[in-house]
Design a binder for this molecule. Structure first.
Ligand code: NDP
Length: 401
């Protein structure tokens, strides 16, 4: 390992991750930031140079193009590629990592651009190839998926003989002052929340209508919020990796203004991913909508309030029932002061840096394709406390219902 990391993407999440890598220059000695718009990467480099001993390089790359990726990776020879562009590029980047025998880390599972349906099957299909090549693909090293999987692995390792129920609660109590904006890439965000909901129970995926199931929860340091059951990618991997689990659900908070705008946009067809012809040119309504919405990376200075993301885990220890909650609270303005991003980018960028660090330092070291909960959670939990996402535990928590 030579301390080199190639970061693909230069949006909200990547910007937070690059800041954290620069703070951690003992591990990240050289960082290359690459996206299609090189000027953005150069801007980030200019902001950070002089504040870190890490050497920062930039490049232009279209990560849909495997050939371009192989040339870039071959020239830079990073220990790990940290993919913080979009889920559409997961497979092309994994292919390039295979061709160059380079470790791979991401924060979101693959979804085909023309079908709003995310699943791990495409990435899990690379298990044998990565194993044979002697390299690691660490899938889902953001907050959710990411830290939520580490929380579950930690609970399984230290507190439970048997985990029966997992509820993942994602609360964003922040206010950016816009009537409607998304906190991460608008296209990916809207595809996720307009899709059917769903949860995992007794070996089956149960489908629900979008926003059909609603609960209220009193979040520590945020207060009472409405939260809605949505389908989320870690349900699929946790169902496999947390042995014996009976039910896993994922809830996310949404404000009334967000939901009303979303419904209206949906009703008029603006969230559709089916191309239409406009003035002789084919456009995708959702991509057009993305272009008129605020850039999530620009929300940093305006967003006030806190996020609270964590898990409620119920099961048995020594034959007795045990309820356990583990969560992190993050303040939007504190994040902005530290790295110039709001908390949604920060809570994703920090675990992305930690995941890359786990691989680069060899603390996590096994060849193949793995979800984050398949590794020892302890060093990751320590790193969360050290690198800006401290967590809290409660052994008598309020339940989701
Ligand atoms: P942004 O839209 O802010 O940034 C996306 C970046 O990807 C841009 O810099 C864009 O630059 C780059 N990009 C897009 N297409 C390509 C391409 N073909 N080749 C190279 N670069 C490309 O998104 P966010 O930062 O908000 O989100 C980034 C990722 O993080 C997403 O995959 C999202 O799903 C994930 N995420 C995960 C979370 C978690 O907790 N696990 C939470 C939040 C987000 P350019 O257009 O110049 O190429």
């Amino acid at each position: 390992m030579n301390g080199k990391c190639l970061i693909i993407g230069c949006g909200g999440v990547a910007s937070a991750a690059v800041h954290k890598c620069c703070q951690n220059s003992g591990v990240f000695k050289e960082i290359m930031i690459a996206a299609r718009t090189k000027s953005k990467c150069d801007g980030l480099k200019a902001k950070l140079e002089g504040t870190t001993s890490a050497v920062i390089r930039t490049a232009r790359v279209d990560a849909d193009d495997i050939g371009e990726l192989i040339t870039l990776i071959g020239g830079f020879e990073p220990d790990v590629v940290l993919h913080l562009a979009l889920p559409y590029q997961d497979l092309s980047i994994m292919e390039a990592c295979l061709a160059t025998k380079t470790h791979y880390v991401d924060t979101a599972n693959y979804e085909p651009p023309d079908d709003a349906k995310f699943e791990y099957k495409w990435q899990w299909a690379y298990r044998e190839k990565f194993e044979k090549a002697g390299i690691t693909a660490l899938l889902g090293s953001g907050f959710d998926p990411g830290v939520t999987g580490v929380f579950c692995a930690y609970a399984a390792k230290h507190y439970f003989d048997e985990i029966e129920y997992i509820d993942i609660l994602d609360c964003n109590g922040g206010d950016h002052g816009y009537p409607f904006a998304t906190n991460f890439n608008p296209e990916i965000n809207i595809r996720e929340v307009t899709a059917k909901g769903g949860y995992w129970e007794n070996g089956e995926h149960i489908e629900t209508e979008p926003m059909e199931i609603k609960r209220e929860y009193d979040f520590e340091e945020v207060g009472v919020k409405d939260m809605y059951l949505i389908h989320h990618e870690e349900l699929e991997s946790l169902a496999l990796n947390i042995k014996g689990v009976k039910r896993i659900r994922f809830f996310m908070t949404f404000g009334q203004s967000y939901l009303t705008h979303l419904k209206c946009l949906e009703n008029v067809g603006m969230t559709s991913i089916k191309p239409i012809v406009y003035e002789g040119r084919e456009i995708v309504p959702l991509q057009f909508l993305k272009a008129v919405l605020p850039d999530p990376a620009s929300l940093g200075p305006r967003t006030k309030g806190k996020t609270n993301i964590g898990c409620i885990i119920r099961g048995k220890k020594d034959g007795k029932s045990l309820n356990y909650r583990v969560y992190n609270v993050c303040d939007h303005q504190e994040c902005y002061k530290e790295v110039g991003s709001q908390a949604v980018s920060y809570t994703t960028g920090v675990p992305a840096m930690i995941g890359a660090m786990m691989i680069m330092t060899g603390v996590w070291n096994k060849a193949g394709v793995y979800n984050i909960e398949e590794f020892d959670p302890d060093p990751f939990m320590d790193a969360l406390n050290k690198w800006g996402l401290p967590w809290k535990e409660d052994f008598n928590p309020k339940l989701a219902d």
